[in-house]
Design a protein around this ligand. Structure first.
Ligand code: SPV
Ligand code: MG
Length: 434
C-alpha cells in the first residue's frame, strides 16, 4: 500500500448512487483511494445541508468496497486538506466546471500543480432511474423527526443560522426555494420563523393573542406541508404553565424544530411598541417553571427551547437581562433570545459581551427589526448563532399589493399595473401540479 499513488476523491455522499460508485471504481485503478468526506459545515458553505449527517454518511462510506481511507474535509476550500495529503491525483465530477464551484476548481488545479498532481474529471451522470424528484426526496427523508433535528445540525455546522418569517404556504415556498450565488457565496434562508405578529396581522388581527393558538398551529400545518426547512415557532409567552406540554407535543409532532417563549405576562402587546408596563414581566421563578415544563414535555432533545428575554423591551437594565439569562439557561433553555427595540444593537451587544463569559452561556438569538443596520457578520462576531428577520415578507407584500390596487383605481384598468406583478403564466406554473 505504501508505494501506491494517492488518489483524493472528494465527496458529500448524501444520496449515494451509481455515479459515486463509478468514481470510486475509476479511482481504484490509479492507486490508494482516499475519500475526502465533506462535513455538514463544508457542504453548508456551497449548498443546502445534506439530508443525513456526517456520522451517518461516514458509516455508509466505511462499508463501500474500494475505499482505502476516509478523511474529513471540513471546509469547502481544498487548500488545507490537499496541502496535507499531497495526492498524485484528484478525481471529481465535471459538473464543477461551471457555476459556483468553478473558482474552487481553478484553485485546486493551481494547488495540485505545486507537486505535479493531476486532476481527473469524470462526466457527471446520474442514471434516469435514480434521479429522484424533490418531492420523492422530501418524502423519504423528511419525517417529522428528521425535520425537527435539522435545526440542531444547522446550529452546529453554520456560523449563523438565518430565519425569515413565513405567514402562509406561498411565503413558505419562497423561503424554501430561494437560493442565490452572490459575491462568490452560496446563500439561502435556513429556516422559517412562525411569527405571532405576521400570523396575526395577515389574519386581520392584532398581535395580542386574539388569534388563538389552535388557529396558529392549523395555519402552520399548511406551511409545513409544503416545506422542509426547520421551523421556529413564536409561542408568545406560552400561555399557562399547564398548557405548555400540549403545545410542545403538538409542535413536535408536526415537525417544528424549536419554540420561543417570552418572559412577559398580562395582556400581550407586541414587543416593538414603545410604551410597555414593567409589571408585565414574568417572575424569574415562574418563567423557569415554564422552561422546565417545556423541557420535560419534549420527546426529543433535538426539539429546542428558546427563552426570550424582554428586559430591554420593558425598560429594565443589563443586570436584569443577565440574571434572567443565567436562570433560564440553568432551567434548561437551549438558546437565549435577547430582544431589543432600539435602533442600534448596543443593548444586545453589551448583553452578549457579558453572557459569553458566563458559565451558563447558551447560543444567542437576535431579532434585528429595529436595529436593522446590524450585519450578520457583526452578529457572528458577538456570538449570535441565530438571526431572525421576523416580519419582512409581510411588510414587503402589503405595499406591493396596495400600489397595484391604487394604480388600478387611478387608471380604471389593469394594464399599467402589469409591470409590477408577475405573469399569469408564472403564477399558474410556479406550483407544479403532479
Ligand atoms: C414576532 O415576529 O411576532 C415577534 C418578534 O415576536 S417582535 O415583533 O419583534 O416582537
Ligand atoms: Mg411575536
Amino acid at each position: 500500500m505504501k508505494n501506491l499513488k494517492k488518489i483524493y476523491v472528494p465527496m458529500g455522499a448524501d444520496i449515494l448512487h451509481s455515479g459515486h460508485l463509478n468514481i470510486i471504481k475509476k479511482a481504484k485503478k490509479y492507486g490508494k483511494v482516499i475519500v475526502g468526506l465533506f462535513t455538514d459545515s463544508a457542504i453548508g458553505e456551497y449548498k443546502r445541508l445534506p439530508l443525513i449527517n456526517y456520522k451517518q454518511r461516514f458509516e455508509i462510506m466505511k462499508n463501500i468496497k474500494g475505499i482505502d481511507e476516509i478523511v474529513k474535509q471540513d471546509t469547502w476550500d481544498y487548500s488545507k486538506i490537499l496541502n496535507k495529503i499531497k495526492p498524485e491525483y484528484i478525481i471529481h465530477g465535471d459538473d464543477w466546471k461551471s457555476g459556483i464551484q468553478k473558482e474552487t476548481r481553478n484553485k485546486v488545479i493551481k494547488l495540485m500543480n505545486k507537486w505535479n498532481g493531476k486532476l481527473i474529471e469524470v462526466p457527471y451522470t446520474i442514471e434516469e432511474k435514480i434521479k429522484l424528484g424533490k418531492n420523492d426526496i422530501a418524502n423519504i427523508f423528511f419525517s417529522p423527526e428528521t425535520r425537527v433535528s435539522r435545526l440542531k445540525r444547522l446550529i452546529s455546522s453554520k456560523k449563523i443560522v438565518r430565519f425569515i418569517e413565513s405567514h402562509n404556504p406561498i411565503t413558505g415556498l419562497l423561503v424554501e426555494n430561494l437560493k442565490i450565488n452572490y459575491k462568490k457565496e452560496y446563500r439561502e434562508f435556513d429556516g422559517i420563523w412562525s411569527s405571532s405578529l405576521t400570523d396575526s396581522v395577515s389574519n386581520g388581527k392584532p398581535d395580542n393573542q386574539s388569534l388563538e393558538l389552535s388557529a396558529r398551529i392549523n395555519s402552520l400545518n399548511n406551511i409545513m406541508e409544503v416545506t422542509t426547512k426547520p421551523v421556529l415557532f413564536d409561542a408568545d409567552n406560552g400561555g399557562r404553565v399547564e398548557h405548555i406540554p400540549y403545545t410542545i407535543k403538538n409542535l413536535e409532532r408536526l415537525g417544528v424544530s424549536a419554540i420561543a417563549i417570552e418572559d412577559k405576562i398580562g395582556l400581550k402587546s407586541n414587543s416593538l411598541f414603545k410604551v410597555q408596563n414593567k409589571d408585565n414581566h414574568d417572575s424569574v421563578e415562574n418563567f423557569c417553571l415554564k422552561i422546565q415544563t417545556a423541557c420535560k414535555a419534549r420527546r426529543s432533545e433535538d426539539f429546542l427551547i428558546v427563552a426570550r428575554i424582554e428586559s430591554f423591551i420593558l425598560g429594565k437594565n443589563l443586570k436584569d437581562a443577565l440574571k434572567r439569562a443565567e436562570a433560564y439557561s440553568k432551567a434548561g433553555a437551549d438558546l437565549i433570545l435577547i430582544h431589543s427595540k432600539i435602533e442600534s444593537p448596543k443593548e444586545i451587544f453589551a448583553f452578549a459581551k457579558k453572557f459569553k463569559r458566563s458559565k451558563h452561556y447558551k447560543p444567542m438569538v437576535a431579532v434585528p427589526s429595529t436595529y436593522s443596520k446590524v450585519s450578520e457578520s457583526e452578529l457572528i462576531k458577538h456570538g449570535f448563532k441565530i438571526v431572525i428577520y421576523a416580519n419582512h415578507l409581510l411588510r414587503a407584500a402589503y405595499p406591493a399589493m396596495e400600489k397595484v390596487a391604487v394604480n388600478i383605481l387611478k387608471d380604471k384598468r389593469s394594464s399599467e399595473a402589469e409591470k409590477d406583478i408577475i405573469s399569469i403564466k408564472k403564477i399558474l406554473t410556479m406550483i407544479p401540479s403532479n
